[in-house]
Design a protein around this ligand. Structure first.
Ligand SMILES: NC(=O)C1=CN([C@@H]2O[C@H](COP(=O)(O)OP(=O)(O)OC[C@H]3O[C@@H](n4cnc5c(N)ncnc54)[C@H](OP(=O)(O)O)[C@@H]3O)[C@@H](O)[C@H]2O)C=CC1
Ligand SMILES: CC[C@](O)(C(C)=O)C(=O)O
Ligand SMILES: [Mg+2]
Ligand SMILES: [Mg+2]
Length: 337
């Protein structure tokens, strides 16, 4: 199936420059969108809860901060960039009452529309601009003159202009430098959840932690294990990013390549592929969404326990020590590039 991919030349920045945009939330994606929209000449304000911890960060960047309700009332493009599990309540309390004809409701991920948690009225455009990368890198790449690819989708289009508006927004945050693919809320939500669970976050973290455990439990030095399975992983993935798996295999030794070709399938076995398929089914049939919404409603007991266990894994202590000795690696978490 072929896809439509758009670049800067296909986008009309003037469309988003002619609108009043509210970015609701100033976290990973919120700060990236708001700052890059502002730098692209867009009229942007930030919507936050009263007493929000994010207020000072946004104001330090010279952005105007209002309550979510004020921002939604003032703007005609409202981008919701708070955590997925919080969006429904924020929408119902502070956004829905202020929606008017001609407004556009935007999302950075399709979760709430795909699983029917938010049901916007028919008189507003509903669209998505979903960057395929973490917010802090969306901003860093924009500042560096690069861009993170984005997916756009349109769920409702009473104005007839929702796609052009989404493409203009994606261009304003740097996405059209790399490529903007048109998709649906369903395809974005299901592929994004699968990707982060099975490969990018869940799969990769478990692979690294398990490799570290196997080496250290066999008596090898944790520092050597860390460099081997975590630090070098970035360098290997950089080669894949630049030229695919073939480029990585070109650069590694024949010994590594033979080990890759013969041992890789012993790690990622047919059973692992079946596990991945089960994870995809839980995303498609709504099991994961139901579980996550319920976990959040109960105060995230399992999330907090597993998060703490991850933070206490011995690879983190080894990593902190080694990264502290490499000034170019130990980059503090900041909300700017
Ligand atoms: N993280 C990423 O890189 C990516 C995220 N997305 C999508 O983007 C959206 C935003 O995700 P992300 O950037 O990670 O979100 P964050 O967790 O970084 O959002 C935090 C922001 O939301 C505000 N917030 C949190 N809870 C509430 C609440 N109950 N009421 C009002 N504001 C609240 C916080 O304010 P305060 O400081 O006051 O707590 C803060 O400003 C999601 O739909 C996500 O799936 C898509 C692609 C990648
Ligand atoms: C990979 C995780 C992600 O989907 C992202 C950064 O793209 C997210 O939800 O944060
Ligand atoms: Mg993603
Ligand atoms: Mg995601």
């Amino acid at each position: 199936m072929s896809v439509e991919i758009f670049y800067d030349a296909d986008a009309d920045l003037g469309i988003i420059q002619g609108r009043k945009v509210a970015v609701i939330g100033y976290g990973s994606q919120g700060h990236a969108h708001a700052l890059s929209l502002r730098d692209s000449g867009v009229d942007v304000r930030i919507g936050l809860a009263e007493g929000s911890k994010s207020r000072a960060k946004a104001e330090d960047e010279g952005l105007r901060v209002c309550t979510t309700a004020e921002a939604a009332a003032e703007a005609d493009v409202i981008m919701i960039l708070t955590p997925d599990t919080k969006q429904r309540a924020i929408y119902e309390q502070d956004i829905a009452p202020h929606l008017k004809d001609g407004d556009a409701l935007f999302f950075g991920h399709g979760f709430n529309i795909r699983y029917g948690l938010i049901k916007p009225p028919a008189n507003v455009d509903v669209a998505m601009v979903a960057p395929k990368g973490p917010g802090h890198l969306v901003r860093r790449q924009f500042v560096d003159g690069k861009g993170v690819p984005c997916l756009i989708a349109v769920e409702q289009d009473p104005s007839g202009g929702a796609q052009a508006l989404a493409l203009a927004y994606a261009a304003a945050i740097g996405g059209a430098r790399a490529g903007v693919i048109k998709t649906t809320f369903t395809e974005e939500t299901e592929t994004d959840l699968f990707g982060e669970q099975a490969v990018l976050c869940g799969g990769a973290s478990a692979l690294v932690q398990t490799g570290f455990e196997v080496l250290t439990e066999a008596g090898y030095a944790p520092e050597i294990a860390y460099f081997e399975v975590l630090h070098e992983l970035k360098l290997i993935v950089d080669l894949m990013y630049e030229g695919g798996i073939a480029r990585m295999r070109y650069s590694i030794s024949d010994t590594a390549e033979y080990g890759d070709l013969t041992r890789g399938p012993r790690v990622i076995t047919p059973e692992v592929k079946e596990n991945m398929k089960a994870i995809l089914r839980e995303v498609q049939d709504g099991t994961f969404a139901k579980e996550w919404v319920s976990e959040d409603e109960q105060g995230r007991p399992q999330f907090s326990k597993l998060q703490k266990a991850g933070e206490q894994h011995s690879i983190e202590e080894t990593g902190r020590k080694l990264r502290g000795l490499m000034s170019w690696v130990d980059r503090p978490i900041t909300e700017t590039a």
